[in-house]
Design a binder for this molecule. Sequence first.
Ligand code: SAH
Ligand code: SF4
Length: 385
Amino acid sequence: MPGGAAAPVPDTRPNLIGMDRADMEVALTELGEPKFRAKQLYQWVYNRGVTDFEAMTNMAKPLRTKLAEIFRIERPKITAHQLSDDGTQKWLFRYEDGNEAETVFIPDGERGTLCISSQVGCSLTCKFCHTGTQKLVRNLTAGDIVGQVMAVRDELGEWPSPGEERRLTNVVLMGMGEPLYNTDNVIKALKIMMDGEGISLSKRRITLSTSGVVPEMERVGRETGVLLAISLHAVHDDLRNDIVPINRKYKIKELIQAVKDYPGLSNSSRVTWEYVMLKDVNDSTADARELLRLIKGIPSKINLIPFNAWPGSPYECSDQAQIKNFADVLWKAGYSSPVRTPRGRDILAACGQLKSASERIGKREQMRLEAIRREKEEMVGLSDA
Ligand code: SAH
Ligand code: SF4
C-alpha cells in the first residue's frame, strides 16, 4: 500500500481459551507431544490464568516458543468499566469479531457473583426484558463465555484458582441471551469452569437461568449438574404466553414437569423460580397462591425481582406494599426472604437493563421495537399468526 499505513494483520492463531482438555490433547498430539503436555497446558491456561507462554516453566523453552507461534491466549477486551456506589461492577467486553456484551460482578458479603452473558442479544422477546428488544446477533462461543470469568479474575487479581479468599465465588448465567439456545457452547464452558484442574468453581456455585427451553433442561442437568433457575414470571398460560413468549411452545405444565425431572434436584440443590414483579400484571396474592400450588413438592427457592424499567418498557414495577403482600403469602408457606435487592442501579447493571440507555423513547422508537419483536417471534416460530 504505497503511502498508506499497512492494514493490521489479523491474528489467525487459534485461541486456547475455549479449548477443553480433549481439544488441547488433539492439538498437542498433532505437534508430536505426549498427552501429559496437554494437561500441563490446560492447567497453565485455566488454573494459573497465564497469558504468556514464557511463564509455562515446566515446558522446555523450544516448546514454549513453538506454542506461542501456533496459539494465543486471549480474553475478551474491556471496552468500558463502571463501578456502582454499592460495589457492583460492570464491564463491557468486546469479542474477537467486534461484538460486545456486558458482564456484571455483584459482591455481597462473603459471596461475589459474576453474571455472565451467553449470547449477543436474544432471539426471544420477553416483554419486560430489554435484551428482548435486541436482535440475536450471535451465540457466544465457549471461549467467549469462559473468557468473561477469566477476564474478571484478571481484574480482581484472583489467580491461581482455587486460591485464598477469592471475591469471585459464584457464577450465574443471567446476563444477555438464552443459555439453552446455545447449549453446546454453554455446556463446554461450564465444564471448563467446573474442572478442578481448570477454573475450579463448584457446580453448586453456578446457576443457569432459562426462560424454559424444556427439551434442553435434562441434558444440561445431566452433563453439568449446575443449579437451575427458571424465569417463570407468570402462573397462567395466557399471561405467560404474552410476557414470556417461549411459553407458546412449552406450556407451564411441561415446564414444571421438566423441573421435576431435572437431574440432581434436592433440598440442598433447589431450583430458583424467578418472578419479576409487574404492577397489576402478575402481582396479586391470588397469583402468589397459584405459584405455591404449581411448585408444591418441588425443592424450591423463590426470587421476586423488582421490575427494572428501561426506556420504552411497557410496565411499571409493583408497589413496595404489593411486593410485600405477595412475599407474605410465600413466607407463610415457608419461603424466606424471596425479594431480590436491586443492585448496581446507578450504572444500569440490574437485570434486563444491560446495554440500555437512560432516556425515555418516543412513539417512533416504540413502533420500531414492536416491529423487531414481531420479526423475531416469526423467526423463532412463536408468532401468533
Ligand atoms: N435468558 C435467560 C437468562 C437471562 S435473563 C432467562 O430468561 O432466564 C435473567 C433474569 O432477569 C431472568 O429471570 C429475566 O426474566 C430477568 N429480567 C429480564 N429483564 C428484567 C427487568 N427489566 N427487570 C427485572 N428482571 C428482568
Ligand atoms: Fe431473552 Fe431471557 Fe430476556 Fe427473555 S428474559 S428476552 S429469554 S434474555
